[in-house]
Design a protein around this ligand. Structure first.
Ligand code: G2I
Length: 466
């Protein structure tokens, strides 16, 4: 059974990072919903009510400003993206640097969040002294066990889940020939798990891998490993399915696969979810991504032993995808300006949130007209049409500026801007937009260098045709 959590979170606010224009303060809607509008979802609270956690990978140095505010407000588990990896914490033998890892654990404790420790034993991001050393089974086992004792021991009692061993398999289900595999042999996984249990008896110990989300040769090898570890009494508590997915390729066997691990008597977590697509994304792709984030979240919710979901970076500005897959990106639930994308609402909907019937079919069209422009300023008018068959009751229209423009004064909407991200909220009297009807607002802005129109708009989180 999933436990219902009664914990309330201390809500942070994004207002401090927003420039407020036009009089009324438009706080983050979780704190102060607009009249007539459904409250903005808070993923961590929705997840807790469903008995799971919702987490994100983070970069320690970015945990401030808007980035830090969103992490604290929306997520109840965090995973350091790089700061707990071997090369980060023990670059030379026996000499440790805990600064990034400490920062993440401290941040989590200050925000009532779980921590996924990532990762103790992995072939990648290993310091040269480990990967290039010449080892016997005994000498490398000693080094590995010492590393685990030092790192898991330092954070004893403060880590909820450890990815003890990361990515031990090849695609065909054979063992990856890492330095640990070649020097120590198959038993290195059991050794690592035992060392982690000794160092931190309360952390749940996981083996984590990618391309193991559906039922396939690799996930079956992982299944057989877990089965055999359980039979030998090796401490293993869970299996992490990373879930670095491609749009249109969510495995149809995801839920069945989670279930078969649960049936072995271990927990399961989605540990590194992202869903990449070709960029720039079309609105159809973003809508499909929403459905796929929702489906992955639903698959976890459907299996009692699935503990939670972690996205691998919550914003497209902090994602590994563009660096590694040329021409791909837009893989996370927030855009580069920290604006929630349709995917974010897909997660929220899976977690039981509803926008209260506002714009349920998500159809809208936006006309953006620059009516007047002078050397440093301009006046624009925006018309939002509800092209769905249901009434919109309360609206927020989001866009980002392509050329650094700033809104200076608005009418018929409350407009806030943070960096290049702009949100226009209804002014109360124009909150309702009947099917087929429009709402119009305007503003003055400043520009320099260029004043090209925004290319994409989202109404209540759903992309409109522009
Ligand atoms: O590769 C995606 C993930 C696959 N599963 C295990 C995860 O640990 C892994 O995370 C990524 C990080 O998100 C990246 O940030 O692991 C990459 C390395 O395998 C990380 O990239 C590295 C860059 O390659 C380095 O150039 C950079 O110095 O991040 C480092 C720190 O920013």
């Amino acid at each position: 059974m999933k436990l219902q959590s009664l914990r309330r979170t201390a809500l942070g606010t994004l207002a401090a990072a927003s420039l407020v224009i036009g009089g009324a303060v438009s706080g983050h809607a979780a704190d102060s919903p607009q009249p007539g509008a459904a409250a903005e979802p808070v993923l961590r609270d929705l997840a807790a009510a469903k008995g799971i956690y919702y987490g994100t990978a983070v970069t320690a140095s970015k945990l401030n400003g808007t980035y830090g505010a969103v992490v604290g407000e929306q997520f109840d588990s965090i995973t350091p993206g790089n700061e707990m990896k071997w090369e980060s914490v023990e670059p030379t033998r026996g000499s440790y640097n805990w600064s990034g890892a400490d920062a993440v654990v401290d941040y989590a404790e200050a925000h009532g969040q779980k921590v996924r420790g990532h990762t103790l034993v992995w072939h990648s991001q290993l310091p040269g002294w480990v990967s290039n050393g010449s080892w016997t089974a005994d000498s490398l086992r000693t080094v590995m066990n010492d590393h685990i004792a030092a790192e898991a021991g330092r954070y004893k009692g403060r880590i909820d889940h450890w990815d003890v061993v990361n990515e031990p398999f090849n695609e065909d289900g054979t063992r990856r020939q890492s330095v640990f595999q070649t020097a120590i042999g198959d038993s290195y996984i059991a050794d690592a798990l035992r060392a982690a249990r000794a160092a931190d008896p309360t952390a749940k110990l996981y083996v984590n891998d990618y391309n193991v989300e559906g039922i396939n040769a690799k996930s079956t090898a992982l299944y057989n490993l877990v089965k055999s570890l359980k039979e030998q009494g090796v401490p293993i508590d869970g299996v992490g399915l990373q879930a670095h997915l491609i749009l249109g390729q969510v495995p149809s066997t995801l839920q069945a696969n989670i279930q078969r691990f649960a049936d072995l008597g271990v927990d399961v977590a989605i540990t590194e979810l992202d869903i990449r697509m070709t960029v720039p994304p079309t609105s159809a792709q973003l809508t499909q991504q929403k459905a796929e984030y929702k489906a992955v979240t639903n698959a976890c919710l459907a299996v009692a032993r699935c503990e939670g979901v972690t996205v691998w970076g919550f914003t497209d500005s902090d994602s590994w995808i563009p660096d590694v897959f040329e021409g791909y990106g837009a893989a996370t639930p927030y855009d580069e300006n920290f604006q929630p994308k349709p995917a974010y609402y897909g997660i929220a909907e899976a977690l039981g949130w509803s926008d209260g019937g506002t714009n349920p079919t998500g159809a809208c069209a936006v006309t953006y007209t620059v009516q007047n422009q002078w050397n440093s300023g301009f006046t624009a008018q925006v018309t939002v049409k509800n092209t769905s068959t249901a009434a919109v009751n309360g609206w927020k229209l989001a866009w980002s500026w392509p050329a650094g423009q700033r809104v200076t004064q608005a009418w018929n909407a409350t407009v806030t801007q943070s960096g290049t991200a702009v949100t226009a909220a209804d002014a109360g009297y124009n909150a309702a937009i009947a099917p087929g009807a429009t709402a119009t607002f305007g503003f003055n802005g400043s520009w320099s260098g260029g004043n090209t129109a925004p290319t994409a708009f989202a109404l209540n989180g759903t992309t409109c045709t522009a």
